[in-house]
Design a protein around this ligand. Sequence first.
Ligand code: NAD
Ligand code: ZN
Ligand code: ZN
Length: 286
Amino acid sequence: MKTRAAVLRKSPVERPYANTRPLSIETVDLDPPGPDELLVRIGAAGLCHSDLSVINGDRPRPVPMALGHEAAGTVEAVGSGVRDIAPGDRVVMSFMPSCGHCLPCAEGRPALCIPGAEANGKGTLLSGERRLRCDAVPVHHHLGVSAFADYAVVSRHSAVRIEADLPMVEAALFGCAVLTGVGAVVNTCQVRPGQSVAVVGLGGVGLAAVLGAIAAGAERVVAVDLSDDKLKLALQLGATDAFLAGGPDVAERIREATRGGVDHALEAAGSAGPSSLPTGSRGAAV
Ligand SMILES: NC(=O)c1ccc[n+]([C@@H]2O[C@H](COP(=O)([O-])OP(=O)(O)OC[C@H]3O[C@@H](n4cnc5c(N)ncnc54)[C@H](O)[C@@H]3O)[C@@H](O)[C@H]2O)c1
Ligand SMILES: [Zn+2]
Ligand SMILES: [Zn+2]
């Protein structure tokens, strides 16, 4: 079948993107799903900083590649080996396929799946196949999803079935921002009730980390960003303190406000610029 997809044809691409137009909306061929794969009609997809990092070359990936990895949709067809998902089911796509058999998967750490990471690096689905083509030339998949498109073929192991009444826009966020931000709080930091957490960088991932910290029972949730608007948003969501990044004494002021420093500090800015992490804290970078 044919589908429209946003294809990156070279990387890195120079800014400003309004002039260089890194993505072209193309009509491409989409093969039917293999035995362990699904055809999904995309309902919503978000732009994650990691898409931008493929465009600017910070994350080198093979091109041409159809971008977009934070998405939700409706299953249209399933491969011959899929038994637990049916057409009509709603799914969220995960940017990290997990095979279920390798050592990290067997140890209960599917985010570190070895074949999943290999497939993502090569721009294939977990099966090693590419189901997208343009003029007979294979187009790579972004993180096994390639969701800036009308339709996508994904591995069964890249999809999680969700409730039928969860709106697509909110559901899509679970495909990356929520998975990453809340996962860092709950699994990596293992935040406990009463602890303090600082989140530096309040994009999709950082704001999800703020929400995750509140849900985990953190007593102080310190939000840090270069943008005043992001600080306001974090406070609306329930952060207890907000600091504008960039000043020389931000870390010191956070230490003062939190009686010597936070229990956990997360970096979700994706910037190599001046850091505001209060040193001495346990940290997690996403
Ligand atoms: N490892 C993973 O699983 C994973 C998943 C998703 C995203 N990421 C990475 O996480 C990072 C955040 O992703 P996002 O989509 O939320 O990004 P985003 O661009 O939406 O948000 C980044 C935020 O950081 C702020 N910021 C930039 N520089 C800063 C600085 N020096 N100090 C404080 N704040 C600063 C920006 O104002 C912005 O609000 C990116 O690097 C992305 O590639 C990793
Ligand atoms: Zn992402
Ligand atoms: Zn695995």
